[in-house]
Design a protein around this ligand. Sequence first.
Ligand code: ARG
Length: 468
Amino acid sequence: MTDQSITDQNTSAEKPWGGRFTEPTDAFVERFTASVGFDQRLYHHDITGSIAHATMLAEVGVLTAQERDTIIEGLKGVKADIEAGRFEWSVSLEDVHMNIEAKLTERIGITGKKLHTGRSRNDQVATDIRLYLRDEIDVIAAELNRLQSGLLDLAEREAATIMPGFTHLQTAQPVTFGHHLLAWYEMLVRDADRLQDCRKRVNVMPLGAAALAGTTYPIDRSITAKLLGFDRPSENSLDSVSDRDFAIEFCGFAALLMTHLSRFSEELVLWTSAQFDFIDLPDRFCTGSSIMPQKKNPDVPELVRGKTGRVNGHLISLLTLMKSQPLAYNKDNQEDKEPLFDTVDTVKGCLKAYADMIPAIEAKADNMRVAAKRGFSTATDLADYLVKKGVAFRDAHEIVGKAVGFGVAEGRDLSEMTTEELARFSDVIGEDVFDVLTLDGSVQARDHLGGTAPNQVRAAVARARKGR
Ligand code: ARG
């Protein structure tokens, strides 16, 4: 549904709240204050909430069974119209709630006017957003899970592939590619955990708070909560209509997730460059240049890295929106939707792209190995070797530093020196030094929980698949 389908012809249309007003709303103010251009996306949840509300009202005797049925039938008709593109949204009816209610009354007559009994748009919109966000959280959780499974598969495949590990983006020590991928996986485990934790606080029902103080009708909020799948009704009516901390929390989750994806992206961009040349991304995830025929650009990771900015920005928007708001509902809160919707859309898009792309990564194991050898990545292994032969660690550090200096001058790795050459730096060095100076020896030696050894990677994958 686009903005074009919204009419503002009937500016003078009667407002559901028009009773006390003596002149029509200024045409600009009407457009300025309307949210229907973006909150129409809540139509499905708005109708679901209304059906539950009407059902509860009948249960407690505020509506008759017949009124309830008429309202529910009418709401279903409105929904069908919206989904068939037959619904004309009106700016003069301000938002999704009043648009739907007006259409309902148009369809079923005065019974439609009874739906809003014991309710306000303030608790209605808070309920709609929570229902919407709960559904989206479940979609996002599933997509996140798909990405995690892809990472586990790739990590298992690359459990013994050796690459340089970096600190300060300088070659540090050899690691296995599988181990590196599992580092990404761990970040996502925490993101998934945060998302589920956030869901608990989203899944609380504000409906029944009405405008701010509750309602004089004998409502039973446990009925609506149950019908809508909420864990429980909220405790305080003022809080229920005013706070958007659940949306802020979701955006906090999203900002961290995107921050993680931006880190993966940065590495993928580096790794696909001619300078690193560690991996290949299939053509379907890349695009070319209109001027340089040779170019194959890693657009997907670049774009995900870029989109992190808007998601982080939305978190700040919502925090700032909420800051200093007095109780209870304020119109400010209408501004919660666009940042939230865009966060949901962006996160879903980025996760889909990543879940599709990760399993398609092709590791260039030979290039990784050559790179791991450059930069004296087994220097620490040599120091550990000396320590195990009785040299104090500080002295070992010094000895290896000198050997590396020699290697730099000669253009050779430690493993490419002879035993005699190495023994010049310390007489405890013997033939067996080459067991630790090789890349495979180095990664295999880190054979403990959380270490980079290939069998540790495989064990970690197995634990992760079992849900640990
Ligand atoms: N469109 C409004 C929003 O998104 C709905 C609630 C309006 N309530 C009010 N009293 N004006 O927040």
